[in-house]
Write a protein that binds this ligand. Structure first.
Ligand SMILES: [Zn+2]
Length: 344
């Protein structure tokens, strides 16, 4: 598989608290993250009499300290008017509630992402009901491992400051005027329910969030709250739309570095999932659990946290094939699901 993209700034990445101007009035900010994925890119757009921010970093003292440095330094003198959050994940929305309080800015998100953030934030510490336990157990993961998942508890709330009670709703096709440029809202699902990307043909830029990452593939997972979903179908249809967007735009991703090569990257991501669908189907030549498929798709050592993601991602590939009619599912008396090729 070819991954024909290029990074116009080479290996350069900005230091935390020191934005880099990528285009007139478009600043690239890099914040560190306390995870294996150790950073996130955020963007600040000059809107004349104030700033529009895109994404916020996790909620912790470190990122809030970085925001204070930025507000007192490179962003000083003009207010933050609006904060656009691409999706509900903690590294994107985490400090949004805090920043809204701190700056008085408006929050703008898609409806499904805002609702998801509200729902997850309000869930009790032990949001791991018997139903959730059964969902993970049905994948064939050993039950002591599922117990470990339960012990992780609500991992969302500690990383996200309370989301604001109201927001401005962004929908696919909306056009925002920022800094004299039009930015079209493009939403897509699969990684999250209604992820917002922003395309400005005039500025030659597209803020891709987690949907168009240059080096890693975003997690596409089936989760316990929607156990029969087919998120990979949604992500594939998003990627197929990419050929309608101008190939020359500089993609501003949430992780790694800005790059050129939108069409090539979308083709690569489609081919990547196609290949993994092939492995999934091949594994199910013999009736197999999601855990069996996971062991074929993920060969590295996985801790409890990563097992949850790997199982969800394996299910996403299984469900694509189930929904397409290539696999069928049977359930054993212990509740474990097995998948087999149709007609095998
Ligand atoms: Zn994400």
């Amino acid at each position: 598989m070819q991954n024909d993209i290029d990074y116009p700034l080479g290996d350069f990445t900005p230091n935390e608290g020191e934005p880099t101007e990528l285009a007139p009035g478009v600043l690239w900010l890099r914040f560190s993250l306390p995870f294996a994925l150790d950073h996130i890119n955020l963007y600040a757009l000059d809107d004349g009499d104030g700033w529009v921010l895109v994404d916020c970093g996790v909620s912790n003292a470190h990122s809030q300290g970085t925001w204070e440095t930025l507000l007192a330094g490179p962003l000083a003198g003009r207010p933050v008017k609006r904060i656009i959050v691409t999706h509900f994940h903690p590294d994107h929305i985490g400090s949004a509630g805090w920043l809204v309080e701190r700056t008085g800015a408006d929050l703008a998100m898609s409806r499904l992402e805002w609702e998801k953030a509200q729902e997850l934030h309000s869930k009790a510490e032990s949001g791991f009901s018997d139903e959730v336990w059964r969902f993970y157990a049905s994948t064939g993961i050993a039950s002591d491992f599922v117990d470990k998942l339960r012990d992780l508890g609500n991992i969302y709330r500690p990383q996200v400051s309370p989301p604001p009670a109201n927001y401005q709703c962004l929908s696919d096709g909306d056009v925002l005027q920022i800094g004299g440029n039009n930015w079209r809202v493009i939403t897509g699902a699969g990684h999250s329910p209604e992820h917002v990307c922003l395309l400005s043909e005039e500025a030659g830029l597209m803020i891709g969030g987690d949907m168009l990452l240059p080096r890693i593939t975003p997690i596409i997972g089936v989760w316990e709250d929607d156990p029969t979903s087919d998120p990979l179908a949604d992500y594939i249809s998003f990627l197929r739309r990419a050929k309608d967007w101008p190939d020359g735009v500089l993609i501003l991703p949430s992780h790694n570095r800005p790059y050129h090569g939108l069409h090539a990257r979308a083709r690569y991501l489609l081919a990547h999932h196609d290949e993994r669908l092939g492995v999934t189907l091949e594994t199910c030549a013999e009736p197999s659990t999601a855990h069996d498929v996971m062991l074929r798709l993920f060969t590295r050592e996985l801790d409890a946290h990563s097992v949850r993601f790997a199982a969800s991602e394996s299910l996403a590939h299984i469900h694509r094939l189930l929904h397409a009619g290539s696999l069928q599912r049977s359930t054993a008396s212990n509740g474990i699901h097995r998948y087999a090729q149709v007609g095998a």
